[in-house]
Design a protein around this ligand. Sequence first.
Ligand SMILES: [Zn+2]
Length: 278
Amino acid sequence: MLFKKKKELEPAKREIPEGLFVKCESCGEMLYKTVLEKNFLVCPKCNYHFRANVEIYKKLLLDSGDFKEAIASHLESDDPLEFPEYRAKLKQAKESTGLKEAAIAGVGTMGGFEIVLFLTDFRFLGGSMGSVYGEIFYRACETARDRKLPLISVTSSGGGARMHEGIFSLMQMVKTTIGVEILNENKIPFISVVCDPTMGGVMASFASLGDINIAEPGALLGFAGPRVIEQTIKQTLPPGFQRSEFLMQKGFLDMVVSRKEMKGTLIKLLSYLGAKNG
Ligand SMILES: [Zn+2]
């Protein structure tokens, strides 16, 4: 589960390269980078969703564009197994993203509703879930319970559980699931938004446990990737297998919502779920 992820995820090269223009991976249109960025990294011509980072989601979803207060933002991963090159990879990820971990959480407002928002960033070790990632999610759940605020998570975690922390990462599947259970017991709404790619231990724990599960269009979602499944069962998979639209048809998701419609949709859902506005 934890290995061979990188190659599977390579066909859709969704990160934005340097330069003035960006070629859309889907329709081939040459797009001005600034136009694409203003459009929250969605191709204006064909609606292809490039991978977005936590800064883009904060701007997209929060009224002020940022958290009012951060949750557990001081936590940083250790290297409990002394896994080869893990410390160097963490250092490099921190420097290139400006983040301390692949996950952040905070309290903010969305359409006037106060919410707890949990976000992950694919740029940081594939958005994989280690001990700190799991702890931040759990503390986000506790904050949501203590303040009686809905929790919304937006994940892009191609790596699933982080292999460099071995069993400690796998334990986060349990911890995050208990976090969701705490919300259930206290009747706190939890909306999970899954983005390309959300795989492995993340999809197999909290990310598929929302009261409402939403996906961005075209996202690769699942446990093992299509290539591993094909090799295992020795059968060719149907087109679009494990993409959002396919999983929506099969009943795995409640909604597929484009990035530009996401905030409006979430606000509507928050009002249906009885969240307090203002
Ligand atoms: Zn396009």
